[in-house]
Design a protein around this ligand. Structure first.
Ligand SMILES: [Mg+2]
Length: 166
């Protein structure tokens, strides 16, 4: 059975500075690459699940987000890590503009992105692990029966965190 490691983005992969959408503001947290390499070696497929209401709010476009995502994935590749897929929610239930104004199923704590990943990649939730810095991350995981670890935003001891990988 394939294992999945689900990472929130802002505050877990990169420093959450609020609506990060430019390469120059994207600061990887120390230890994230080694942690993901270790997870890969242990057989985890790595996924990113991220709320991006900055798109809904009109702070940046989906295209800008996707360009940054391509760059981010390449930095992981540079460090020997393959990111299987990045799932993002561009909506917001009250602040969204136009098509992005939605009470959707994908914005965490809703479990839509996790459900889609489990389905698309034929994963068993109990064999996966989610790492997030918000209660909404943890609540989404709980919805699908996925184990999770809440870490402190922008301040993660990834060496210590390796102990949760199996
Ligand atoms: Mg976060």
């Amino acid at each position: 059975m394939t294992k999945g490691l689900f990472l929130d983005r802002d505050g877990v992969i990169n420093v959450d500075k609020g609506y990060v959408h430019r390469i120059e503001d994207f600061e990887f947290l120390p230890g994230i690459f080694a942690f993901c390499r270790r997870a890969s070696v242990l057989g985890y497929k790595i996924f990113v699940v991220t709320n991006q209401s900055g798109i809904a709010r009109g702070f940046y476009t989906e295209h800008t987000f996707l360009m940054l995502t391509t760059w981010m994935k390449q930095r992981f590749v540079d460090h020997g890590v393959h990111i299987e897929a990045v799932f993002f929610c561009p909506h917001h239930p009250s602040e969204g503009q136009g098509q992005y104004l939605q009470a959707c199923e994908c914005r965490k704590p809703q479990p839509g992105m996790l459900k889609q990943a489990l389905r698309d990649y034929d994963l068993e939730a109990s064999e996966c692990l989610l790492i997030g810095d918000s209660s909404s991350d943890i609540d989404a995981a709980r919805c699908v029966g996925m184990p999770s670890v809440k870490v402190s935003r922008n301040d993660i001891d990834f060496t210590q965190l390796q102990a949760v990988l199996k």
